[in-house]
Ligand binder design. Structure first.
Ligand code: CAA
Length: 381
């Protein structure tokens, strides 16, 4: 058993850590306060190969493994969870299905631009009536000659208005249930495709979640991704990958919570000494550090399973469940360690607390992760 990162993985970790510290950390508070999408940062991350990390180099990607991808998302999210999710969604929810199910033509037209950083991708599965119950798709796709006509609304879609390429799921044949759902590739500017509400949120305020609205949106049949009726499987397989990304994002938020807690505990004096010399604070910091390391093992293991060609659905769900709940607990502890200072906006831990919460919700709530894990273990997997 080898827990060591390879030379290449260490290089990527170091490069992204430095980028996050030097380029993201100084501006994050301002962008979060203004709810401004970090367009320039995303562009720079594209230039250094972080937007399509596991896409082969010849298709415009970074040619890295999934473990490297987790390292990058952790480091980015340690500085800014909003940037972390924008990058994670592009890599996992947009690049992965195009790479895995796309034709050569689709890869050239849609994957390469979002992998090389020229533009961004998004994933349109969630609807007002289809959240945890993703099979309840109300968006419909009707074949009309050589075209498909799409009608419906997707909501809470990360990167919605800033993306150019969209992986969209629609019901083609309701009588077939999940086997009636098909995946399509949409482009910004397709006739009948517009944006609706842009959400005002508790956390990850510099990221964008908005509605995709399809009104008689006509696209050529060549935009179907994978086969007709295989959309639900594509969505589930894609979310397995996405959950490794969200788990890495949660890990970054938790690590940032610990970083700031250590700094504060060493500087803040009460009862004539730094509070880090008090047993209660030591216990909190020790538990945070241990839980973060446990989450890191689960995240890297899930990524390693994927890289090794092993099943990783259960492992991704475990990593996401544990890392997200751990991030929420770590951010809560960080505020407690900071006392009153933790509750005001002068210190970043209140942001970590607000950002951590979403990791327990999107790309499958903690309840859905437990369901996925339970179904796997009960069937002996
Ligand atoms: N890989 C491959 N196939 C899978 C699969 C997986 N991980 N999970 C299920 N399937 C297949 C099943 O084998 C089954 O196939 P057959 O038809 O051949 O039998 C089919 O899919 C249907 O499976 P289920 O009967 O288990 O489906 P279900 O309706 O009971 O749903 C669920 C299962 C796990 C609850 C699923 O609905 C789910 O994951 N829900 C949560 C959705 C979610 O994560 N949404 C987040 C959206 S993205 C987002 O958050 C926005 C963003 O921008 C960040």
């Amino acid at each position: 058993m080898d827990f060591a990162l390879s030379k290449e993985q260490l290089m990527i970790q170091q490069m992204v850590r430095e980028f996050a510290q030097n380029e993201i950390e100084p501006i994050v508070a301002e962008y979060e306060a203004e709810g401004r999408f970090p367009e320039e940062i995303i562009k720079r991350l594209g230039e250094i190969g972080i937007l399509g990390m596991t896409v082969p180099k010849e298709l415009g990607g970074g040619g890295c493994d999934t473990v490297s991808y987790t390292l990058a998302i952790e480091e980015i999210s340690r500085a800014c969870a909003s940037t972390g999710i924008a990058v994670s969604v592009n890599n996992s929810l947009a690049c992965f299905p195009l790479l895995t199910f796309g034709t050569d033509e689709q890869k050239a037209e849609f994957l390469t631009p979002i992998a090389n950083g020229s533009s961004l991708g998004a994933f349109g599965l969630t609807e007002p009536s289809a959240g945890s119950d993703a099979a309840m798709q109300q968006t419909v796709a009707v074949k009309d000659g050589d075209d498909y006509v799409i009608n419906g609304i997707k909501h809470f879609i990360t990167n919605a208005t800033v993306a150019e390429v969209y992986i969209v799921f629609a019901m083609e044949d309701k009588s077939k249930g999940t086997r009636g759902i098909t995946t399509f590739i949409l482009k910004k500017g397709d006739p009948g495709f517009t944006f609706g509400t842009i959400e005002d949120k508790l956390g990850i305020r510099a990221s964008i979640q908005a509605e995709l609205v399809f009104e008689n949106c006509r696209i050529p049949a060549s935009r179907m991704l994978g086969q007709s009726g295989k959309g639900f499987k594509i969505a589930m397989m894609t979310l397995d990958v996405g959950r490794i990304g969200v788990a890495s994002q949660a890990l970054g938020i938790a690590q940032a919570s610990l970083d700031r807690s250590i700094q504060f505990a060493n500087e803040r004096e009460q009862f004539g000494k730094p509070i880090g010399r008090l047993g209660a604070i030591q216990e909190a910091v020790a538990n945070m550090a241990t839980d973060i390391e446990a989450a890191r093992m689960l995240v890297r293991y899930a990524a390693w399973c994927k890289d090794s060609g092993k099943p990783f659905s259960k492992e991704a769900a475990m990593a996401k469940l544990f890392a997200s709940e751990m991030a929420m607990a770590s951010a809560t502890k960080a505020i407690q360690i900071h006392g009153g200072y933790g509750y005001i906006k002068d210190y970043p831990v209140e942001r970590y607390f607000r950002d951590a919460k979403i990791t327990e919700i999107y790309e499958g709530t903690s309840e859905i992760q437990r369901l996925v894990i339970a179904l796997n273990v009960l069937s002996g997997k």
